[in-house]
Design a protein around this ligand. Structure first.
Ligand code: 6GP
Length: 835
């Protein structure tokens, strides 16, 4: 697809690309060559960053032959591919994963050592590509890892944000965001291809014209076409997605926006520099920065530009460059399924219609039949405010042709609804792709549901609620369209890389190869009764705790105690996730000790660890962060609880920190209000690393509990039907407060200003919301949470029992490999067998 095949005279050019030797000397030589010829420095004069860049490129060389070979194989034997469309990929550091995929860790380590360098130090140089907010973006990264490991043809399409998720710092306990300039010291993992840029239009208007039909009958039809007002270039950057030690390397193709013309030389010469580069700045803004909002989109114009930009580039790339020339587009569904990662890429649906009709001459019905078979939609939320709607005014101004197409899709769809449910205009209004109130807007989830082959939720409970509560009319109309695929996580990154000590123990016990057959972990089950195994398992956990203590001391200047339970809550800061419930638990323990109600030694010593970023515009979330930091400072400084209660809130929780934190955890906090967390994936990572969960009956917690068993899971709180019932009956949080003395004492202590330097006002936002609003029913679940935390203490006192449970959590969680998720997508959505 990139010009005619070369027929070079030199036979060398036909040979497959060479693989560098897999020896210590060979690696060292390759590294020095990169340092000298690639970075242009001598070893003696090189900086750590030079060395990191050279090392990255060296490792890349070992993947290159496999990458080219995988691409060649896919070209020569084209089959149906997965086009994963995602506005986010929260990749995490690349180097460790590349070393694992190539199995070069030991060789690289020795080679660097022979040069007086240290692999761990160089690995720590890497700034992780944080091109995502949280669960949704990390899931996309796990999925492309699994697809490569399973040798499934997949292109991941997304945006190469110049700035990823902000770096979080704390000033006086408050979150301050710093731009994440992850590329500033070089991007050794990416391959830019400016020569393969594609052009994307925006704005302008549509015009109609008359044309004779293609059948030669002489009939005339009126067609429409788009005349954009301005264009932007999309430059693809390729990233390797290596499978796990299987010789497969897939591609992640991220788009970067450029101006079609650099700048206006005339204006520049006249001295007006700012005006001369305006078009350039305007275009490049599109891929400048990731919107830092998780589950609460703000609906900004630039965000819609980003969405359209990357899907338009991706569809064009697939049709014009990936498919062989002259491929009959009527057969497109045989060759691609585009998976829509939430509603962010849904504008791809009218874009596909536009391409097929306006650029490839199809009639509406043909184009619609093709389009409907090329997309499937995953929903990742249950919060109504997270379902994207775009004002018609904005869509019409930015993408006038797409708005026309959306209207026509809607018209035909509503006709079907009226035929199926005659006289039910209320239903028609509910199902319409266009909403009228509070403003005329396009409901992207409805559009995706109408056009998609399948719609899936991300855990059993979520998929059920999606059918029953979020899209009930659609599931009534098309029951077979709805399905579930429970999320998963890649065991390569989240066990092998994150937890080498546990990994070694697993391999020693059940042999090699479990990383790609995670159900095999079940053969660990009998070892829960083996004392020697339990000892080694507990020692691995202890080693991970020590590793965490050392890291946090250096990274954040935080001193953690050597002993006690490590109780971790790491995830985005969101009210529905209820970090405040965790906080109330801590404050309550603290209050009971300092007031003498409970003896200090009656409590199991605990270290509470938080990690959470708040969307910069999410005021309540930022107040909660401030309160957590305030409580941490007060509790840690209070001699009366020293050695018993410690609160750590390291700033800037990201994938890199997760890899150190999760393996050290004893207790995993998954405490969202039932019916609000679509799935969770952190919950899976903790269980797989031998933490026990305290959690509500929400998201994938339900499935974790079913698999690990009630004895090995701490369930608390209302379930979803109970939440709905309380909602219906009328929930009064202040009544809960009045009737529960322990809760009252905790809230009163916060409200008194005890943690905020005596200032009551500083705690008031959070306290008042809990008392008079409490949308996520924190107070209603408080007592149950406290009671079950008592059971956690009890269980932890019996270390043998605890370790047994932790082992069973690992042994019974193999289901949560993202490889299994991929098999489910393949069978249920992407390539269903015709039986
Ligand atoms: C998240 C969900 O909140 C989380 O429960 C789930 O595990 C994850 O997606 C992966 O499926 N959703 C988002 O991050 C989001 O922005 C619109 O949803």
């Amino acid at each position: 697809t990139t010009g005619p095949a070369l027929e070079p005279a030199n036979p060398l050019a036909k040979a497959p690309v060479g693989r560098p030797p897999r020896t210590v000397d060979g690696f060292a030589r390759e590294f020095l060559r990169e340092l000298n010829f690639g970075e242009g420095v001598a070893l003696s004069r090189s900086s750590q960053n030079d060395q990191y860049l050279a090392l990255a490129r060296t490792i890349r060389h070992y993947l290159m032959a496999d990458w080219l070979e995988t691409a060649r194989r896919r070209r020569e034997h084209p089959t149906k591919m997965v086009g994963y469309l995602s506005a986010e990929y929260l990749l995490g550091r690349q180097m460790g994963n590349a070393l694992l995929a190539t199995d070069l860790g030991a060789i690289a380590d020795q080679a660097l050592r022979s040069l007086g360098l240290d692999l761990r130090t160089l690995r720590a140089q890497e700034v992780e590509p944080g091109l995502g907010n949280g669960g949704l973006g990390r899931l996309a990264a796990c999925f492309v890892d699994s697809l490569a490991t399973m040798d499934v043809p997949c292109i991941g399409y997304g945006i190469r944000y110049e700035y990823g998720i902000f770096r979080q710092t704390f000033e006086g306990g408050r979150q301050v965001e710093v731009p994440d300039s992850w590329l500033s010291l070089g991007g050794p993992w990416e391959f830019p291809h400016p020569d393969r840029a594609v052009t994307v239009g925006f704005g302008g208007s549509t015009e109609t014209f008359v044309e004779e039909t293609a059948d030669g009958s002489g009939h005339q039809i009126t067609r429409s076409r788009w005349v954009p007002a301005w264009n932007v270039l999309g430059v693809p950057y390729h990233y390797m997605v290596p499978g796990y030690q299987n010789g497969v390397v897939n591609t992640l193709r991220l788009w970067s926006a450029r101006a079609t013309q650099a700048f206006d030389l005339q204006i520049f010469n006249s001295g007006d520099y700012a005006t001369a580069v305006r078009a350039q700045t305007f275009a490049e803004n599109i891929s400048k920065v990731l919107y830092p909002e998780d589950s609460t989109p703000q609906g900004r114009e630039l965000r819609l530009q980003q969405q359209y930009f990357f899907v338009a580039c991706s569809l064009k790339d697939f049709i014009d460059r990936t498919l062989e020339k002259d491929f009959d587009l009527h057969r497109l569904p045989e060759r691609i399924i585009f998976q829509l990662n939430d509603t962010h890429p849904v504008i791809a649906i009218p874009e596909m219609m536009r391409l097929l009709m306006d650029e490839h001459g199809m009639e509406w019905d043909e184009a619609w039949s093709v389009t409907q078979r090329c997309f499937a939609y995953t929903c990742h939320t249950l919060l109504p405010e997270a379902l994207e709607v775009w004002p018609v005014e904005l869509v019409g101004r930015l993408l006038p042709r797409h708005l026309e197409i959306i209207y026509r899709i809607n018209e035909e769809f509503l006709e079907t609804v009226r035929e199926t449910f005659p006289g039910d205009e209320l239903r028609v209004r509910r199902m319409s792709i266009i909403q009228d109130h509070p403003e005329r807007a396009v409901r992207m989830a409805n559009l995706a549901t109408v056009a998609g082959v399948k719609v899936n939720g991300v855990a059993e409970l979520h998929s059920q609620l999606l059918r029953d509560k979020v899209l009930p009319d659609f599931s009534e109309l098309w029951p077979d369209k709805f399905t579930n695929v429970t999320n998963g996580v890649t065991p390569r990154r989240f066990i092998r890389l994150a937890n080498p000590t546990l990994s070694q123990l697993i391999t020693d016990t059940i042999g090699v190869g479990w990383e790609t057959k995670l159900e095999r972990l079940e053969s660990l089950e009998p070892y829960a009764e083996d004392e020697e195994f339990r000892e080694r398992f507990a020692a691995a956990k202890q080693a991970n705790k020590t590793r965490l203590r050392e890291l946090l001391a250096v990274r954040d200047g935080i001193e953690l105690p050597e002993h006690g339970m490590v109780d971790v809550m790491v995830k985005r800061l969101h009210e529905y996730k209820r970090q405040t419930l965790k906080l109330l638990h801590i404050v309550s323990l603290y209050e009971q000790i300092i007031s003498g109600k409970v003896a200090k030694d009656a409590i199991v010593p605990r270290t509470f660890v938080f990690g959470a970023k708040a969307a910069p515009g999410y005021h309540m979330a930022k107040e909660i962060i401030y309160l957590i930091n305030s409580v941490a400072a007060t509790v840690n400084a209070d001699e009366r609880v020293k050695g018993v209660l410690t609160v750590a809130f390291p700033a800037n929780y990201n994938v890199t920190l997760a890899n150190k934190l999760i393996p050290a955890a004893d207790l995993s906090e998954q405490i969202s209000l039932a019916g609000k967390e679509a799935s969770g994936t952190g919950n899976m990572k903790f269980a797989l690393n031998g933490a026990l969960t305290i959690g509500t009956d929400d998201g994938a917690n339900v499935e974790i509990r079913k698999l690990v068993g009630d004895d090995n899971f701490f369930l608390f709180g209302m379930d979803e039907p109970q939440v709905a019932a309380l909602q219906a009956k009328g929930y009064v949080p202040s009544a809960v407060y009045e009737s529960n003395p322990q809760l009252r004492s905790a809230i009163d202590l916060i409200a008194s200003g005890h943690f905020t330097g005596g200032d009551r006002g500083l705690a008031a936002t959070v306290v008042d919301d809990l008392l008079y609003n409490d949308r996520f029913m924190t107070l209603a679940d408080f007592q149950s949470y406290i009671d079950v935390q008592g059971e956690v203490d009890e269980a932890y006192r019996d270390q043998e029992r605890w370790t047994r449970s932790a082992i069973l959590n690992v042994a019974r969680s193999g289901f949560f490999s993202s490889d299994r998720s991929m098999k489910d997508y393949l069978r249920r959505i992407w390539m269903p067998t015709h039986d």
